[in-house]
Design a protein around this ligand. Sequence first.
Ligand code: AHG
Ligand code: MN
Ligand code: MN
Length: 339
Amino acid sequence: MITTVQQHILREQQALPEAQGTFSWLLSGITLATKMIQARVRRAGLEDVLGAMGETNVQGEEQQKLDVFANQALLDSLSVRDGVAILVSEENEEPVMFDRAKDTGRYVIFFDPLDGSSNIDVNVSVGTIFSIYRRPEGLENDAPGAVLQPGYKQVAAGYVVYGSSAILVYTAGRGVYGFTLDPSIGAYVLSYDNMKMPAQGKYYSVNEANADAFPAAYREYLAQLRRGDLGKEYSSRYVGSLVADFHRTLLKGGVFLYPPTKSHPGGKLRLMYEANPLAFIAEQAGGMATNGRERILDLQPNSIHQRTPFVIGSKVEMEAFARRTEAVEANADVWAPAI
Ligand code: AHG
Ligand code: MN
Ligand code: MN
């Protein structure tokens, strides 16, 4: 007996008293868009979707054609759902706002339409990340407070990793569930029921090319892992697509870090549509996520595209990181990059 993601969401939304079907209708918009994206990812290179569009996005990064397609698929499938009040995309400088009747437009959705886009033309896994908030009562869409909400206010979050198969992982605050797209029926089918991150893993995941610029606490922590201080031999894994690196960490345990670097002293990953959704999932699965000092979900955002240092993973590795930063912070100014 299979359980599709639609059936699962309907069951979940019974726990969201005010949902009345809009919530599952929203999520069906996201799953539809990801099916269109994965179909395109599967054909990358055949329909000349490879190569940059030549334009650059708000992040100043070259836009790959698939980025544009993925963004359009999500905008199109979500804008026709009247539960959506506001959409915020990595690819759009400003929020997209919809003028809805008072009691319908109740949700704000953030998304990274294509994560790991630098990996598209080398056939490495990429993904889509989304994060859903309620639109605060009594606020107009263009009120900053409508979009600048801390991560602990998310009502749902998830991602799809377009890998050897397309896997959707989501939480609505009552556990983490994984679904594998069955192309023969075009449905996401439950494949991981109530996912829990192992208490400790054996992988750490960081872009070592930036290591000389990491603050001392990060460098000392990584040396600690390599020395076996946590009682395990660690191996290094870094795909360069956050969704793929996180998905492995969720399944196998361990820790992923994107520290402050020379080119990104405030971190490279974006708080609202990369760090917050994955932090929500990690905590629901028994893991933790910080910006190196504070819990990601507690951070009060001040802009929709702001970046943050990001450390996310299993309990044992995350607690060891916190101890390490406390120890090093007590003795020196650890937060200035080494060079
Ligand atoms: P995006 O493609 O959405 O811009 O995200 C890319 C991010 C993330 O997926 C990955 O973890 C990180 O960039 C890799 O950055 P480096 O190449 O600097 O390591
Ligand atoms: Mn991304
Ligand atoms: Mn992206």
